[in-house]
Design a protein around this ligand. Sequence first.
Ligand code: NDP
Ligand SMILES: O=C(O)C1=N[C@H](C(=O)O)C[C@H](O)C1
Length: 235
Amino acid sequence: MGTEVVKAVNAADDLEVVAMVDSGDWLFDIANAGAQVVVDFTRPDVVMDNIRFCIDNNIHCVVGTTGFDEEKLATVAQWLEPKPDLGVVIAPNFGIGAVLLMRFAQEAARFFPSTEIVELHHPHKVDAPSGTAVRTARLVAAARRSAGLPPSPDATTDSLPGARGADVEGVPVHAVRLTGLVAHQEVLMGAAGETLTIRHDSYDRASFMPGVLLAVREIGRRPGLTVGIESFLGL
Ligand SMILES: NC(=O)C1=CN([C@@H]2O[C@H](COP(=O)(O)OP(=O)(O)OC[C@H]3O[C@@H](n4cnc5c(N)ncnc54)[C@H](OP(=O)(O)O)[C@@H]3O)[C@@H](O)[C@H]2O)C=CC1
Ligand SMILES: O=C(O)C1=N[C@H](C(=O)O)C[C@H](O)C1
């Protein structure tokens, strides 16, 4: 993703790459280069340190790295409190289609007693389930709660552990890792006699770039913590 972001920024007339940092590199290279915005696609176990560094050095952050729970998000929001002009956006998916999939799933959830999520990715993915699947499940679960839906009626028992997927706030999430895939997700919803399937496919990492560039351009005007790029898209 880092390579793809550098390509996209280099191709944009109004943006400039001033530093590139990989594991083992010195983070101060970013501050010394005068970076205004850092884009982080690294690893869940290092991203918090990177964000802390950027906030301490007054650099806005666009974060695509996954692995954020409510506690980590609250920590970032707290770090930002003494810096009222600084912005951090943390988005589990910068693909416009994936953002829309999440919104459509959230809208549809209250009409269906059953929802399950299947995410499918390339075999080198470091985390499972994907950040997008976890966020989708949480949005669906929240929509179900606000609509007063009871827990889904589907069997949760499995004869082999894991067969029914991971339980994210009552929504089963299944992760497929397969050579040939990039990033894909299906949300399956069921009611008596009908199903609705919402699917998104990223066939190329270029799919994430319009969202990343939008966030880079926008973050200077969005102080505080923003989760997801929905608001940048006017959703
Ligand atoms: N939000 C979105 O739209 C998307 C999010 N992602 C997420 O982005 C993350 C990265 O994905 P991907 O690019 O495929 O993963 P890769 O493993 O291909 O790349 C991660 C890179 O981060 C580097 N890195 C590791 N630690 C540090 C550090 N401390 N400082 C700087 N660089 C570091 C790694 O270097 P080295 O190899 O030397 O360790 C590697 O080059 C994942 O969490 C993934 O889920 C991915 C696609 C889209
Ligand atoms: O690692 C990936 O590839 C991706 N990660 C993000 C996630 O975990 O949701 C976004 C997209 O699915 C690609």
